[in-house]
Design a protein around this ligand. Structure first.
Ligand SMILES: Nc1ncnc2c1ncn2[C@@H]1O[C@H](COP(=O)(O)OP(=O)(O)O)[C@@H](O)[C@H]1O
Ligand SMILES: [Mg+2]
Length: 398
């Protein structure tokens, strides 16, 4: 018997599709970054004073998600460091993951070789230790702060202000910053002093077009898949879909990877258009699940009200009708409902997330209302709500 199991396991573990699936994961930094030559060149030029042991200007990098900002920055900083490791040290911090001022400072200190307890010290004290440590340093410190838009929206820009002031405070120019943002409009939220300090130099990452994405996918596919598993048609389709979605290379790579996983699960030998389409559905389902399951409580309740209302009435709902169903549901589980105004806001938020559609219609003398409908798979929504929130789940009985 155990021979059967061994055979199955070994045939499963011997992929016929992937030579190396890891190469398609989002965090992998490839050795080749086609169509970003200009950005790489600019970044190297701006950082070149490091060769003389001088502090480069601060750099602000903008571009939509999946335009290669993180990959290019990590690539350039790492390569430079390999060449001139004596003249600078660097720290890369993704501020969406390392998402408190305390953790950022602790991370920086740890990068400089100081151990920091998880709690118990004030942020101000950490900041003092950090300054002291940097003053003791010989080389320049390059700090990459990635996804600062997400961080600033949560915590404000106080820590950025402090960090970018550190050079003045020390009376020595020893730290260079590279700030990266996915949200181009975010700059308006920044304290003007932080903004002007960070944007001594700016590099813009434009979205990729379909041909560029094709190129990127081709090169990565050659390494990640076995020969002749992936046809040009498959690559073209993934590139076209991602190009429509603001030229996002991450999305293109995800599609290709998930299509490969689908093909593997089905025991296929090659990737087909069909696999890409299935991958698309799967990725969308995961996205909806992720978005819905992390919604705040009342947003989930409003969303459930929409699902229930649309099912009952077999048509789109007005904002008023959504509110009625919502208040009934809230009453049933004994929670206080939020105001109609707030429910309106929630409806707009759900619309922006692409979970529902809310189309404004003019009803003549009755004024304006919205036609609200679910925009995604109902089953996924219910699953996401009920697996993460038993109270809301108890309201769904079918
Ligand atoms: N020019 C490129 N060549 C190869 N892979 C790329 C290129 N640009 C982006 N990628 C890949 O696409 C994904 C998203 O890129 P990333 O740098 O994380 O984008 P951003 O930081 O702008 O959101 C990563 O897996 C990255 O390796
Ligand atoms: Mg990034």
């Amino acid at each position: 018997m155990s021979k059967i199991i061994d055979d199955i396991l070994s045939s499963l573990s011997r992929s016929r599709i992937f030579r190396n699936r890891e190469l398609l994961l989002p965090d992998y930094v490839p050795e080749e970054l086609p169509h970003r030559e200009e950005q790489i060149k600019r970044l190297v030029e701006i950082l070149s004073p490091l060769m003389r042991g001088e502090k480069p200007n601060n750099i602000f990098i903008y571009g939509l998600t999946g335009t290669g900002k993180t990959a290019v920055t990590k690539f350039v900083v790492k390569k430079l460091h390999e060449k001139i490791s004596n003249s600078f040290i660097y720290a890369y911090i993704n501020t969406r993951q390392t998402d408190t001022p305390y953790r950022i400072l602790a991370d920086l200190l740890e990068n400089l070789g100081s151990r920091v307890p998880f709690t118990g010290i004030s942020t101000a004290e950490l900041y003092r230790r950090f300054i002291k440590k940097v003053l003791e340093l010989k080389p320049i410190l390059v700090i990459v702060l990635d996804e600062i838009d997400a961080f600033v929206k949560k915590h404000g820009d106080d820590i950025l202000y402090r960090l970018t002031r550190a050079n003045y405070e020390m009376g020595k120019s020893k730290i260079s910053f590279i700030g990266i943002t996915n949200d181009v409009k975010f700059v308006d939220l920044l304290d003007p002093r932080v903004k002007s300090s960070l944007s001594e130099e700016e590099i813009i990452f434009p979205p990729y077009n379909a041909e560029e994405l094709e190129d990127i996918l081709k090169r990565r596919a050659t390494l990640a898949f076995y020969n002749s598993v992936v046809s040009d048609d498959v690559i073209k389709l993934c590139a076209a879909i991602a190009a429509r979605d603001h030229g996002d290379a991450r999305r293109a790579l995800d599609l290709l990877r998930v299509a490969g996983e689908v093909a593997e699960r089905e025991g296929a030998e090659k990737l087909t258009i069909e696999h890409v389409n299935k991958a698309r559905v799967e990725i969308e389902r995961d996205r909806v699940y992720e978005v819905v399951s992390t919604l705040p409580f009342h947003s989930k309740l409003v969303l459930l009200a929409i699902v229930i209302g649309v099912n009952e009435k077999k048509r789109t709902l007005t904002t008023g009708e959504v509110y009625d169903v919502y208040t009934k549901l809230a009453k049933k589980i004994g929670v206080e409902s939020v105001t109609q105004r707030r429910v309106s806001d929630i409806i707009n938020e759900l619309d922006m997330l692409g979970i529902i559609t809310a189309r404004v219609v003019n009803r003549g003398r009755y004024g304006k209302t919205k036609e609200v409908n679910l925009a995604v798979n109902e089953e996924t929504v219910i699953k996401a709500i009920s697996e993460k929130d038993s109270k809301v789940a108890s309201l769904w009985d079918r």
